[in-house]
Ligand binder design. Structure first.
Ligand code: HAM
Length: 424
């Protein structure tokens, strides 16, 4: 047990980490382009925040939270999602007093006690964005565009944007009653989850994955046909903005997100290459979340993207791995040259911005060559007694195999020039 990570968690090993860094670099570049600043919130929050923010009848709150009592007898919960914590920070620091809308993003671990399977973990990571303080439908389009641009920048070609409106508390309450009326005869035929949902959250029955539930709900009234004037207008304007940008999407009237805070726009981006856990991104508006957690009624919108799922989708779609960030130079030693002398040369190279490394295991020259090869070093320097005496070292281009003698005093500046030239 001591040598196994807890079920549903994963180590991100050095071999894999380049994929993560590649993802994060694309995210940071795009967020800068779109005007989103980074925010970091604590890994745990007061449990009450999620009860009130996400909703007590949601699967996340009812079944999936990692909740514990600390030594001061407080109930705390490991963050299962990022929206409620960011909303809490927005209130706590009175960010509504700053220029609005406030646009932020995060890349952080989330925790949900769910049944682990491919693409579903107990600790996973989300890249999310949240925007507060604007109702404009063009903002809904901007938020969706950011996620679509990210998927394209990552080389994912095949995905589908599913769009819906889940209405506002007013029109949803009326629709909910009407849906319950239409489904009341069938309540005992649904799957056990949906039988429970009938009273608490009947809209969720519409996006249940069980075939029986899907069959039993064929032809029922849909939220999208029962929106109030304001919600219908908003939805039409969001669609118009996406159309004007030439973006395609599928209106999916059965899309109901699994968190209670959504109002009006709800969307998901699904990948055909992922099997059961096909949702890469989920998001929408939450115009009353801030009020629900005790703040002013400030509107908001955002999304969360599962990083692990995106990386799985990249692999499944055969996207080429990011260019490996190998070292620039490996300094090999021969004869009686001391490790300290080699380290001095390595440190001089690093001071010039050259990624350099050396042997730390007293390997033979041949074994050092092999190691340099494995590390994909671009250049190899051989530092031997003879070389030091002559003040000349051998520099080998590992790709072409060509070798040149370089004055030891000029090694650093010469390699720095070569490496920087190659990076241009
Ligand atoms: P969510 O749909 O619960 O929304 O999660 C968003 C994304 O996180 C999913 O589409 C999926 O890619 C990933 N994800 C969720 N659960 C897991 C899991 N157990 N393992 C791996 N990946 C997972 C939210 O969390 C909202 N806070 C999104 C949001 C932000 N809405 C507005 N702003």
């Amino acid at each position: 047990m001591l040598t196994k990570a807890p079920r549903g968690t994963r180590d991100i090993l050095p071999d894999e980490v380049e994929q993560w860094q590649f993802f994060e670099e694309k995210v940071r570049a795009l967020c800068r382009l779109f005007g989103y600043a980074e925010i970091r919130t604590p890994v745990f929050e007061h449990t009450e925040l999620f009860l009130r923010g996400v909703g007590e009848v949601t699967d996340i709150v009812a079944k999936e939270m990692y909740t514990f009592t600390d030594r001061g007898d407080r109930s705390l919960t490991l963050r299962p999602e990022g929206t409620a914590p960011v909303a809490r920070a927005y209130l706590e620091h009175k960010l509504y007093g700053e220029a609005q809308p406030l646009k932020v993003y995060y890349i952080e671990p989330m925790f949900r006690y769910d049944r682990p399977q491919a693409g579903r973990y107990r600790q996973f990571h989300q890249f999310g964005v949240e925007v507060f303080g604007a109702m404009e439908p063009s903002l809904d389009a901007e938020v969706m565009m950011l996620s679509l641009h990210l998927f394209r920048a990552l080389g994912l070609g095949e995905f589908s944007l599913q769009l819906n409106s889940v209405g506002c508390p007013l029109c949803r309450a009326a629709y909910r009653a009407c849906l319950q009326e239409e489904l009341k005869e069938k309540v005992n035929s649904f799957c056990p989850d949906c039988t429970g949902r009938f009273h608490k959250n009947p809209l969720r029955i519409l996006d249940c994955k069980h075939e029986v539930c899907q069959e039993l709900t064929v032809g029922v009234s849909l939220m999208i046909d029962n929106l109030c004037g304001d919600c219908a207008e908003h939805f039409a304007a969001v669609r118009e903005a996406m159309d004007a940008l030439g973006e395609s999407y599928v209106v999916n009237p059965r899309l109901v997100r699994g968190l209670d805070y959504y109002t009006k726009t709800a969307f998901e981006i699904v990948s055909p290459v992922l099997g059961a856990q096909s949702s890469l991104c989920g998001g929408g508006r939450y115009d009353h979340l801030l009020a629900a957690i005790g703040g002013p009624d400030v509107p908001g919108i955002g999304f969360g993207i599962g990083v692990e799922r995106v990386l799985l989708a990249r692999a499944a779609a055969g996207c080429s791995p990011p260019v490996s960030k190998s070292i620039d130079v490996f300094v090999a030693t021969a004869g009686n040259v001391s490790a300290a002398e080699a380290l001095r040369v390595v440190m001089d190279l690093r001071a010039e911005g050259v990624a350099a490394d050396k042997d730390f295991l007293g390997r033979s020259l041949k074994a050092q060559f092999k190691f340099a090869d494995k590390k994909q070093a671009k250049y190899l320097v051989i530092l031997g007694d003879e070389e030091i005496k002559r003040g000349q070292v051998m520099l080998r281009d590992m790709q072409t195999g060509s070798q040149t003698d370089v004055a030891l005093a000029e090694l650093t500046s010469m390699v720095a020039k070569l490496v920087k030239g190659a990076k241009k």
